[in-house]
Design a protein around this ligand. Structure first.
Ligand SMILES: N[C@@H](CCC[C@H](N)C(=O)O)C(=O)O
Length: 308
């Protein structure tokens, strides 16, 4: 790799409401990301540790300022990451990759617009929500359904193999580029997220797996949310999950825009803007450093192998 034989990567550790990221500049340094490298970077004990890796790259779309790629902690590349999008803007400005504001970023499913506000928060036009099971995809063949407001809910039976026994969860199926299955619960603090989350996330009816949201309605403009994320487990906040949950809450007739969403990592504001979901929230830089990526991958004991 030219004058960088050790594959030293500059990186910045960031978070958005506690959803944490390793952010890499692929514009000024060559980054050949692989699932194994992503898993090594994300490893909480042997790596830097993060929920997702964000790669800022040159765009292929003529109207985009940058391309923005997202890798889950398990190495899978995914379509969207709301909290990451806010950190992406802060990173681009702090690293002086661009002073443009608003910015347009290319994600795998199109373009998103992002704007840094004078108070340090970032606003992201997250795109449209789609309430069609095929968009996730979600195989709903033979599942019982019921209607709530404008939404169709799907009854997904789950065998928990715990004291909870067999349970049926009523899900809204929402795609906002990435897939979300949202259920309404009485109290997010007592909801069995660690039991139901993994069962929903990797349920065979979701061919590309799914992010499992647990939404508590507080009043028509306030909600609490936990998300068991595809490829990362429960995170302190999920921006796309907040957009999907609010869209589901509005469609079910339980919420009105704008909605303040409390996650375990902080507050996000979600509003509808025409047919778009608009998210506002914080973005925080923790520190910047360098890492020898090949040495990191080689250092991880085989019993903790980052190979699939
Ligand atoms: N934390 C993110 C979502 C990251 C991707 C997600 N786990 C997926 O696999 O779709 C957010 O803030 O939106």
């Amino acid at each position: 790799m030219g004058d960088n034989p050790y594959m030293i990567w500059n990186f910045t550790k960031m978070h958005g409401a506690g959803n944490d990221f390793v952010v890499l500049d692929g514009v000024r340094q060559p980054i050949d990301m692989t699932p194994e490298r992503a898993r090594a970077l994300a490893h909480r004990q042997f790596g830097i540790g993060c929920d997702q890796i964000l790669l800022v790259d040159t765009p292929s779309h003529p109207e985009a300022d940058f391309r923005y790629r997202i890798f889950n902690a398990d190495g899978s590349e995914v379509e969207h990451c709301g909290n990451g999008a806010r950190c992406f803007v802060k990173f681009v400005h702090e690293q002086k990759l661009s002073s443009r504001n608003p910015l347009r970023a290319e994600i795998s499913t199109g373009l998103i617009t992002l704007e840094a506000m004078p108070n340090g928060e970032v606003v992201v036009d997250m795109g449209q929500t789609r309430f069609v099971p095929e968009a996730l995809p979600f195989d709903v063949t033979g599942l019982a359904t019921r209607t709530q407001g404008q939404d169709t809910l799907y009854a997904l039976p789950l065998q928990t193999h715990t004291d909870l026994g067999d349970v049926t969860v009523w899900l809204s199926a929402v795609a906002i580029s990435n897939p979300h299955a949202v259920q309404v619960v009485d109290d997010i603090d007592t909801a069995p997220v660690s039991i139901l989350g993994p069962l929903i996330e990797s349920h065979p009816r979701f061919a590309r797996r799914v992010n499992a949201g647990f939404l508590q309605i507080v009043d028509r403009h306030t909600a609490h949310l936990r998300v068991y994320e595809r490829g990362a487990g429960e995170t302190l906040a999920c921006g796309s999950g907040a957009c999907a949950a609010v869209a589901a809450g509005i469609r079910r007739g339980l919420l009105d825009s704008p909605v303040r969403v409390r996650t375990h990592g902080g507050w996000l504001t979600i509003a509808t803007h025409g047919d778009q979901m608009r998210m506002t929230g914080p973005a925080t830089t923790v520190f910047s450093s360098t890492i020898d990526i090949d040495r990191l991958v080689a250092s991880i004991p085989t019993s903790f192998s980052t190979k699939p």
